[in-house]
Design a protein around this ligand. Structure first.
Ligand code: AMP
Length: 573
């Protein structure tokens, strides 16, 4: 396995990288770093944020710096101030042992005076947004005369943001430029045009399958009517306890409004958009980084600089206008080898947008049902159970109170105590979901293919048999078989029967394993729900008869209807 020691980087850099905990180079680093060190020339790197591209260009860049010489030798252009600050911080870490190295970031939105003073120290490396750099050039506060290396980072973004003229001006102003390294998530025509004009004989490096990050992303979409969008968002948030995410909106107003509504309801979220001043935005980022916030509601531009590695969910409150933007959003999750979920809330009319994005991302999106109240409650229950299981209380925590606690609950048995503790945890959710409506919009276009993964089972036990809650039903099933509780989804309990979804490959196992089980003296009978309905329609009551996936789905849909209150139900005739 390749390590950073295999590259001929100067020792100060290898030791810094090792202290930073980088063990093995990421794919883009493995391709780019040795290449730039052994045969320096222009390159194009196609890589998204999160692939380690900053070090891919940063390490070879710093390797070439003469620290004794106090002129700007390397220039990195980047689209946003957040990204500039991020690159500056990374570079400072890489260069921590290069004594005499000064890295300065210059970007708009803050007074220029401080940046001019910083530049006067003599910076060898400048990281800049194009606009602010031009401002500094006009004021003659910076000289690019000795710049030999120029990096265009997130070139596609800079062009999307209208920096073309500025970039061209800057490239023309760097007369001593020997090397231009362009990094971009996508290779648009605009990017190619810049390359053709300003770069010579470049080599291209792409990270596998265009971007490795998307490989670990589960792209899901949820169909709801436009007026239910906010409710759907709330429900998805509730269904993802422990979420650490970014919710994307199209406009600053939406970001503000959605965040405010969520905050009023007690969610730990905050807006992040360009109408907030830099101080406020930094504060939000700080709270997000230290996980005081579970999610931020952001516009695309504001979210660009978010450098957080462990985002669990990206939620598209609305799809972006430009399908390319989707990859930037989704790339916020599943960074640094982790996996992530990107959820999109769409109205039936927006399905076309999903198909378009699927083609760009080159992966199939999963249509998922917006969970119902029972599913949300169950999910949160299991989350709390897991939290309890994994809790590591301080050694002497509660020691002083233990005897009082014991005295107090001496008469209460363990089950009751657990029941009450869990009840307290879930009370609010249970109240909130007492009358939760079905938020799924009527759109059957692709239900067929997505439904293939799951099968709905019927069981001849219900509330009257004592299975009064989903938890009880789960306890019963998991007690009698080896099935994992989280494989059992969408539980509906009737008086005399119950229904639930399980993965197709688990269905046969459950049906045969449970067939041997007796419950309160009765033999348990489980069969596929659609089979059951079909048999009932035909007026016989066996589970014989040929069937295949397709016909069963058709039958299932036929019996899948909505009550007058909008709730889904399986009609058993
Ligand atoms: P980037 O794509 O440059 O924004 O990098 C994403 C994150 O991955 C940053 O926080 C880096 O510090 C981190 N990182 C970059 N390269 C490595 C590596 N080889 N090993 C571990 N972490 C890395």
């Amino acid at each position: 396995m390749v390590t950073f020691n295999d590259f001929s980087l100067r020792e100060e850099l290898t030791s810094a990288v090792s202290e930073m905990g980088f063990k093995t180079p990421t794919p883009i680093q493995e391709k780019v770093i040795p290449h730039l060190l052994s045969q320096p020339k222009d390159i194009i790197g196609l890589a998204q944020t999160g692939t380690g591209k900053t070090a891919a260009f940063g390490l070879p860049l710093l390797h070439n710096i003469d620290v004794a010489h106090k002129e700007v030798q390397a220039l990195v252009l980047s689209p946003t101030r957040e990204l500039c600050m991020q690159i500056e911080t990374e570079f400072q870490k890489y260069g921590q042992h290069m004594h005499g190295l000064n890295v300065t970031a210059v970007y708009g939105g803050v007074p220029i005076g401080g940046q001019i003073r910083n530049l006067k120290r003599g910076s060898q490396v400048v990281v800049a947004t194009p606009g602010r750099l031009i401002d500094l050039l006009e004021r003659k506060a910076i000289s690019l005369e000795e710049v030999t290396h120029v990096v265009l980072d997130e070139a596609d973004e800079m062009l999307n943001m209208g920096f073309r003229d500025d970039i061209e001006f800057i490239l023309k102003s760097t007369l001593a430029r020997e090397y231009t390294w362009l990094f971009s998530a996508t290779m648009s025509n605009d990017v190619r045009r810049i390359a053709k004009r300003f770069m010579k004989d470049w080599d291209e490096f792409a990270v596998a399958a265009e971007n490795t990050t998307n490989e670990n992303i589960d792209h899901q979409y949820y169909i709801t009517n436009h007026h239910n969008r906010f409710e759907a968002l709330k429900r998805l948030l509730d269904f993802a306890p422990g979420i650490y995410g970014i919710i994307f909106t199209r406009t600053k107003n939406d970001a503000q409004e959605v965040a405010e509504r969520l905050m009023r309801l007690g969610y730990h979220v905050s807006p992040l958009h360009g109408d907030m001043d830099q101080k406020m935005r930094s504060k939000v980022m700080e709270r997000f980084k230290n996980k005081t916030l579970q999610a931020i509601v952001a516009t695309d531009v504001a979210a660009r600089g978010i450098d957080v590695n462990d985002i669990s969910h990206v939620i598209n409150y609305e799809l972006p206008d430009d399908p390319e933007v989707y990859t930037h959003r989704s790339g916020r999750t599943a960074r640094a080898g982790k996996s992530g979920i990107c959820m999109s809330i769409v109205s039936p009319r927006e399905i076309g947008g999903i198909r378009q994005i699927e083609r760009i991302v080159k992966s199939k999106f999963h249509r998922s049902d917006i969970p119902d109240g029972a599913e949300v409650i169950r999910k949160r229950l299991f989350f709390h159970l897991e939290q309890i299981e994994n809790a590591e209380p301080q050694d002497n925590f509660a020691e002083v109170y233990l005897s009082t606690i014991h005295e107090r609950f001496d008469d209460m048995d363990k089950d009751e105590l657990i029941r009450r503790l869990i009840w307290l945890q879930l009370k609010e959710t249970i109240d909130n979901y007492a009358d939760a409506k079905d938020l799924n919009a009527g759109y059957d276009g692709d239900r067929k293919s997505d439904k293939k993964d799951n099968v709905r089972l019927f069981m001849n036990l219900g509330k009257k048999d004592g299975l009064t809650t989903p938890v009880k039903l789960l306890e019963f099933l998991t007690g009698a078989t080896d099935i994992e509780p989280n494989l059992i989804q969408r539980i509906t309990i009737r008086d005399l029967s119950s229904f639930y979804n399980v993965p197709v490959n688990a269905a046969e196992f459950i049906i045969s394993a449970m067939g041997k089980v007796k419950y309160k003296g009765r033999r348990v009978r489980i069969e596929e729900a659609d089979q059951k309905s079909r048999d009932n329609n035909r007026g016989y009551n066996s589970n014989k008869g040929p069937r295949n996936g397709k016909s069963s789905q058709r039958t299932e849909r036929k019996h899948f209807s909505r009550n007058s209150d909008g709730k889904k139900s399986y009609k058993r005739r």
